[in-house]
Every structure is written in C-alpha cells, then in structure tokens.
Ligand binder design. Sequence first.
Ligand code: SAH
Length: 186
Amino acid sequence: MIPDQDFIKKQDIPGPTKEEVRCLVMCKSQVSSKDVVVDAGCGTGGLTLEFARRAKKVYAIDKNPDAIKVTRLNLQKHHLEGNVHLIEGNAPQILNEIPDFDILMIGGSSGELPSIIEKGYQKLKDNGRIMVTAILLETRVEAVKAMSDLGLVVDVIDVSISKGRIIERGTMLEARNPVTIISAHR
Ligand code: SAH
C-alpha cells in the first residue's frame, strides 16, 4: 500500500482513503491483473492508485475538476498513469459511456447512489463486483437497499481502526473515522 503521507493533498478534496481501509478494499474486491475497474468519485485518487497497480485498466471518474487534477498529480508522482483514464463528469452519465467492467468502486455519489448502482450493475461483467465505501449513515442504508433490490447478496463490514502515535510516555491510540465497506458479486 502507498503510505497516506505519500499522497499530494488538495484543500476541500476528500481522501486519500486511509491505508488500512485501502488494504481491505483491495482484498474484498479481489482485484486481479485481468480486471477493468471503475472508481466512481476518485477524490484524491487513494483507491484509483491502488487499483492502477493491480488491475488491467482503471476509469477514474469525478464531477469535481479539482479531484481529477489532484488524482492526476498523484498518478504522475507514483508513475501509475499508464493504465488510468481520468474522466470529469457525473458518474451515472459517464457509466453509460464507458465499456463494461469487472469492478465498480463507489467512493462518492452525492444523492445518486441508487442510480449509480443500477447503471453500474447493467454494465458489470459476469462475476463482477460492486463496492461502496460509506462514511454517512444514509449511504450505508442506501447501498444495502440498492444492492438487495437487484437481488444481490450483500456483504457488509464496518471498519474502525485506531493508529498508534508515539508520545513521550508511550504509544497512544488515536481513533479514525469508521468506514463501512458494502459489496456484492454479480
Ligand atoms: N476514494 C477517494 C475519496 C473519494 S471522495 C480517495 O481515496 O481518495 C468522494 C468523491 O466523490 C469527491 O471527490 C466527489 O466530488 C465525488 N463525487 C460525489 N458524487 C459524485 C457523482 N455523482 N459523480 C462523480 N463524482 C462524484
């Protein structure tokens, strides 16, 4: 995994997804070198870069041009731009315009989660996977519902991690925000 501090950050752009959570997303997605991946809501590029190292091709989508810019900078910094297509736009529309894929990772949706999941499912190859990383309560519920409505078996894990920080008296554990990873297989 790429250490958190090795990402270029831009003000107001969320991410990168913390290293330990990226690790679980990679595991759960079972990404391989044959896979075409879509990262819908790429933010800082935390997950885009990890997928770029492991997949055949990655489409990274964000509606915020600054997110596209910072993801590009991070790809360049880590020499990973070769197999990544960066696309500025709203995920539901862009999903209609790209070829079928093996993994759909949804990192941001701004109220469009059901439509992103539905559209994504239509373009998901056999044995494809859909994943959502949720920080909002509402996103967790919406993701489970949208996947269940498609008849999928939903896998939910909630990740609460504390990271040790060395201080004078010892190691202090600092809690990080919980993230829920919701996923399903086609
Ligand atoms: N996983 C990323 C962080 C994602 S932050 C990382 O590790 O760096 C969520 C992003 O989703 C934001 O940049 C936001 O602009 C984007 N987003 C939210 N709704 C969207 C939509 N409907 N279409 C495209 N991008 C969207």
